[in-house]
Design a protein around this ligand. Structure first.
Ligand SMILES: Cc1cc2nc3c(=O)[nH]c(=O)nc-3n(C[C@H](O)[C@H](O)[C@H](O)COP(=O)(O)OP(=O)(O)OC[C@H]3O[C@@H](n4cnc5c(N)ncnc54)[C@H](O)[C@@H]3O)c2cc1C
Length: 492
């Protein structure tokens, strides 16, 4: 009988890292099974910008990853010490993150990117989105500084090639259906291939097959009412299969099952995203404007924090609004500052020369109330502080029910623009409980022998919110750990 050392379920970032790491740790027969066809494989990882958040102390830490990187006076790459990454995790999760998992994520973050670069993955500095030009110097905020060359597509393509070169076998259109257990140990998987059921045997299984964001049934069950309406920003294949399979064997659920990463997303985007414009359905330049709902009212503090620390939670706010849509409003002063995702031809947008005209064009909105909201907002803007998009400038409104606490410019210079948005779900936060080796724990906190998890499937890391770029890093860090320990079971 053909017995694999390790079977990895999924072919996204976490799975590919797990397979590569299992190989490093001595496993010889490694199989990746992927539910999607080769054309659709790579999961949410393929839809990403390929940007990884990781800790670095100085330019040399970046140069280790990109040896050709030049240290010029015109670019300040800043720094992002481990403490800053850790503090960001504590801040955005409102101190709910599992501290042990977060320490692992943070402490291994630089090393895992270095490891990937040594394996052949090419990184480049992120252009435009994570930096600002100040007095002729491009300054990075730190934290989210590098992305993979070719972004998500480049990441999956390169990492898949690297994995194949390392002797890992990949079977596409093989969906894991059930975990096979014998004598209290995981021994294989029941899979479905083109409608036929098959058993595949192994010494250990790494589940890296995503959350439940693409299952409208599970979204409604765990996230709540209205979530069936959310648009899915990534793959249609992450339907919670791995989570449910693990639960059948007594795995403990962990983390925020009612939580997810969700952003403002084009209100007319497709039900599931497409790879052609992927991340460009997203609309996250709201810190430079205001957002109003169908009642013509604002419902979030658009300037609460730097965009990286608010974008992942505002999609959830729009689900709570009447008819689950909103319009983002900007004037000509800030229009050039919007991300390129606002320029896509298919974007739902309206433009007008006056605010009065604009509000009438906002489909489904109480235009009278919208006009009064904008006027009230304009008259409450504090003019003492100068607008500065490179920092939290404290330019705020005073006296509103929901104040805007930074970057509060008046909306007073035509033409005016509005972009229609709804909720786009990225990934879910609830997952499985794992130990330091990424073994899946049962409800009595004991490892399920031979079962490991990585990526979106690990619960307990993200709650409430998420610092941009940590999903890929988490997949790489925990995928690497899972693969390493799964490989050890080959000799047992
Ligand atoms: C538009 C978008 C942009 C993003 N940008 C970034 C970014 O720049 N940086 C960042 O850090 N994060 C980003 N994210 C989040 C990031 O995508 C995820 O955190 C990360 O990719 C998850 O990786 P994963 O390997 O756990 O899952 P995935 O990459 O989703 O892989 C899961 C795989 O499992 C497969 N699968 C599912 N069920 C089965 C089954 N039963 N049998 C076999 N295979 C199965 C799926 O087909 C899929 O290929 C973004 C997400 C989206 C949607």
């Amino acid at each position: 009988m053909n017995i694999y050392d390790v079977i990895v379920v999924g072919s996204g970032n976490a799975a590919l890292c797990a397979a590569l790491s299992a190989k490093d740790a001595g496993a010889k027969k490694i199989l990746i099974i992927e539910k999607a066809s080769k054309k659709e494989a790579g999961g949410n990882s393929r839809y990403t910008n390929g940007s990884y958040r990781f800790a670095y102390d100085n330019f040399s830490d970046l140069k280790k990853i990109i040896p050709s990187l030049k240290n010029t006076k015109r670019i300040d790459y800043g720094k992002y010490p481990k403490k800053s990454f850790y503090d960001d995790m504590i801040k955005v999760t409102k101190n709910k993150t599992d501290k042990n998992l977060t320490k692992k994520l943070v402490n291994n973050s630089h090393d895992v990117i270095y490891w990937l670069s040594k394996k052949g993955l090419k990184f480049v500095p992120i252009k435009g989105k994570q930096s600002f030009v100040v007095n002729g110097v491009t300054k990075y905020w730190g934290g989210l500084t590098l992305e993979v060359k070719g972004q998500g597509e480049g990441l999956v393509k390169s990492l898949t090639n690297i994995v194949i070169k390392n002797g890992v076998e990949i079977k596409y259109e093989f969906a894991a259906k059930k975990i096979i257990k014998k004598d209290n140990k995981i021994v294989g998987l029941k899979v479905s291939h083109k409608g036929k059921s098959k058993d595949i045997f192994c010494k250990s299984v790494v589940l890296a097959c995503g959350g439940f964001e693409a299952s409208s049934k599970m979204r409604t069950k765990y996230l709540g009412k209205g979530w069936d309406k959310a648009k899915v920003r990534g793959t249609k294949h992450n339907t919670g299969d791995g989570l449910n399979m693990a639960f059948e064997h007594g795995a403990a659920s962990y983390g925020e099952w009612s939580g997810c990463h969700a952003v403002f997303h084009d209100m007319n985007g497709p039900k599931f995203s497409d790879l052609k414009i992927a991340a460009k359905y997203r609309k996250i330049s709201y810190p430079w404007g205001i957002v109003i709902n169908a009642n013509g009212e604002r419902f979030v503090d658009e300037g609460e924090d730097l965009r990286n620390y608010t974008y992942a939670k505002f999609g959830r706010e729009v689900i709570k609004q009447p008819k689950q849509f909103a319009w983002q409003i900007f004037d000509q002063k800030v229009r050039p500052m919007l991300y390129s995702e606002y320029d896509v031809k298919t974007a739902t947008k309206v433009k007008a020369n006056t605010i009065e005209e604009l509000v009438k064009k906002l489909k489904g909105v109480n235009s009278k109330k919208a006009l009064s909201t904008i006027k009230k907002y304009n008259s409450s803007v504090s003019s003492e502080i100068k607008f500065n998009p490179t920092i939290k400038d404290g330019k705020k409104t005073i006296g509103l029910k929901i104040n805007k606490t930074n970057w509060a410019n008046k909306i007073d210079t035509g033409p005016y623009y509005a972009y229609g948005v709804t909720c786009g779900i990225t990934f879910t936060f609830g997952g499985l409980k794992v130990n330091n080796q990424c073994e899946v724990l049962n409800r009595r906190n004991k490892p399920i022998k031979g079962l490991f998890a990585a990526g979106e499937m690990v619960g307990g890391i993200f709650y409430v919110n998420y610092p941009g770029g940590s999903g890929l890093t988490s997949g790489a860090v925990f995928g690497r750990i899972a693969g390493q320990h799964a490989a050890k079971l080959r000799n047992i």
